[in-house]
Design a protein around this ligand. Sequence first.
Ligand SMILES: [Zn+2]
Length: 314
Amino acid sequence: MNTASFRGSLVAISAVMSLAFGAEAFSAGAAPTGRVQTFRIGSYNAVALSDGGIQEPNDGKSFVLGQPVSKVAAVLKAAGVPGDHFELSIQPLLVTWDKHLMLFDTGAGNYFGPMAGALPQSMTTAGVSPASVTDIFISHAHGDHVGGLITAEGKSAFPNASIHMSAAEWQFLSGMKPEDAKNVGISDITALVSVIRPKVVPFQPGAELIPGVVKAVEIKGHTPGHSGYEIGTGKDAVLYIGDSMHSYVTSVQRPSWKVAFDTDQVTGAASRVALDKRAAASGERIYAVHFPFPGLGKIVQEKGGFVWVPESIH
Ligand SMILES: [Zn+2]
């Protein structure tokens, strides 16, 4: 690791610490439970499953970096949301295809306290048993995405599922020291890695994971092996963007602003700029795990910039 990337990692680790430990509960003080939204991806059934959410202050260091707080607040307020903080939802995605029951990320489990970890209740509402999940696709190894893989008792939460993640991300996760893991919101790295190791199926960037159904899409910057996923084909296909974007306001409208959560902040910003351009040009459907529930919509070019337009689901 060179000095620059090491310094970048330190910045990212200290920032993610606030993601894990400085986050405040949503106003009710607990995750909304059992919240689901069904929709279609071509012929597949899909369900957005709420896991809860997190808040980050707009303080110049917890999330957006390198911009005056007042300037960031002005962008937030212009979008009709409070200027003093960011509200980020967490909603893993479930997709059914043939005999495959596929879950994209697993929420925070027991790692983030009462404001998140509601995925099991949402699955119950959706009528889906964790034991029936066949495939899990992990975007990256932060606590709010892998926490749901393990139960409070230290058992596999999805005992029959293969766990797909990029080889680089598995190397990152399985090599974490406990203190580094805590800094990315994982409180029991040894237990997590030993529970999931037999089920992890590492892949290379861009791999066709289920041909014609799920394809890995490398989106660099957030973590060493961060991956999005293309689900389905044709105009109904959905791009699951993981944590390449967090705020439906600033990540989309100011993609070049650096973000404290990114391990490589320069590359993370470049990836957001590219994603805005790609998504607006193609008109493809986007699923954003941290945008307002249910996180489905499009990125549209408007007045020389980009905006998030949620899909109206009937
Ligand atoms: Zn996240």
